[in-house]
Design a protein around this ligand. Structure first.
Ligand code: NAI
Ligand code: NA
Length: 398
């Protein structure tokens, strides 16, 4: 089927179902070339399972460690003219492949913040999933969370705190680099971001599973964070998202104590920067990711998302010698990105990238960035077509 991508700014409006399926199959294939996760969990719940880090973790644990998995996601099936979301097709492709391997792969599609969702998952674990789980992966990335009293939504923001921030984004629709400035967040925006992306919902899930006696002895839970470098600090870790992540980190310490009665553990997996639906919005982030990818590819240290999450699971969370963390109890799978040599090279390159030269791949991995972005929706870079008016335009000046 010939489906053309519809892109508005940095948002892909449709997807290619067959491409999504191939992308999941290719991630599974990559995983199968990696060493098995011999001490991995067998009964896993992934909250936020249909794309990005959650999907890559689900693939790692299922195909690397033969785990049965339950995945929760918020996705749309195709209807009428609408193609449905990429995550919908990712779920289908994952399930088909896992079932072929004799693994259970159950999907729940709906709102992970809601109590009815918790209840459905509890009932399923009790009646059909063997009555207990030994790993909970919390990988939700959401823009909004319904207020439990029904009075609308909390909204998350990606803004600096204290001072405004200016940086470039790559407008993928127009193939232009554009400068964007962001005012600092209001105190309410900070609070709401913490409500949506902090640890509250993670903790609710763990407490709900515990009170229903569904947690196995030695259960582990992990949620993902990003800390980043000086380049990304003002807009990320020093901004609204950083406040949410600090709340998530505090939650992991609280949950770690709470789980000790099951000899369980709660951890934060600090991941490297990856192209995602959300990260392309963040001023300065696309150029940073392009420079990072250029440097890591040159060093032979570049990882795909699935290879990255496989390493996080195998070498860190399920390391046979015990969970590997830093002095702050954080899993640092971002070690390659934060290597001072890599950061120095990123600084040097980023300075040279301009609105005129950014497509050249000379200083930053633009091709890789576009391929990754298009791949999120089951497309390739070649599927991108520009109307003549855009192709012939002079690139926008900064
Ligand atoms: P993603 O957008 O690829 O995946 C988000 C998942 O959450 C999807 O499965 C989606 O269906 C699900 N979801 C969203 N709202 C939901 C709801 N209300 N109910 C149920 N499911 C819902 O995002 P990504 O990038 O994998 O992010 C996951 C986590 O990893 C986030 O906490 C993010 O901050 C963190 N992270 C991401 C990094 C990156 O570079 N992409 C780096 C480090 C951490
Ligand atoms: Na995810």
């Amino acid at each position: 089927m010939d489906i053309r991508p519809i892109i508005k700014g940095v948002i892909a409006k449709n997807c290619n179902p067959e491409g999504c399926r191939e992308s999941v199959q290719s991630q599974i294939h990559q995983l199968q070339q990696l060493p098995a996760i011999s001490t991995g969990p067998k009964k896993v719940l992934v909250i936020g399972a249909s794309s990005g880090l959650g999907l890559a973790t689900r693939i790692s644990l299922a195909f690397g460690g033969r785990a049965d998995t339950i995945g929760i996601s918020y996705e749309r099936p195709p209807s009428g003219e609408k193609s449905g979301t990429a995550g919908w097709f990712n779920n289908l492709a994952f399930t088909e492949a896992a079932e072929k391997e004799g693994l259970i792969a159950k999907n729940f599609v709906g709102d992970a913040y809601s109590e009815p969702m918790q209840q459905q998952v509890v009932d399923y674990i009790r009646s059909e999933f063997g009555g207990s789980i030994d790993c909970i992966v919390y990988s939700l990335a959401a823009g909004v969370r319904p207020r439990p009293d029904g009075s609308g939504f909390w909204k998350s923001s990606l803004k600096p705190v204290g001072e405004p921030f200016a940086g470039n984004i790559i407008n993928i629709e127009k193939d232009q680099m554009q400068s964007v400035s962001m005012p600092p967040a209001s105190p309410e925006e900070v609070q709401e971001t913490v409500k949506v992306m902090g640890g509250e919902n993670w903790e609710e899930w763990i407490r709900c599973l515990d009170s229903n006696n569904l947690l196995a002895r030695g259960v582990k839970t992990i949620a993902f964070s990003y800390i980043g470098s000086d380049v990304t600090y003002p807009i990320y870790f020093g901004g609204t998202m950083g406040q949410a992540k600090l709340h998530l980190h505090d939650t992991s310490d609280r949950l770690n104590k709470f789980l000790s009665k099951h000899q369980g553990e709660a951890h934060i997996g600090v991941s490297t920067a990856l192209v995602s639906k959300a990260s392309v919005f963040i001023p300065g982030f696309s150029c940073y990711m392009m420079a990072l990818s250029k440097v890591l590819k040159q060093k032979g240290e570049h990882e795909t998302c699935v290879a990255h999450m496989h390493r996080m699971m195998k070498d860190f969370l399920f390391n046979p010698e015990g969970v590997k963390t830093d002095e702050n109890r954080l899993i640092r799978a971002d070690d390659r990105e934060l290597n001072p040599e890599v950061q120095a090279e990123i600084f040097r390159l980023i300075d040279k990238v301009t609105a005129e030269n950014f497509r050249s791949d000379q200083y930053a991995d633009y091709s890789g960035f576009i391929e990754e972005f298009m791949g999120l929706s089951g497309f390739t870079a070649k599927d991108r077509v520009f109307p003549e008016t855009i192709a012939s335009q002079e690139p926008a000046l900064k």
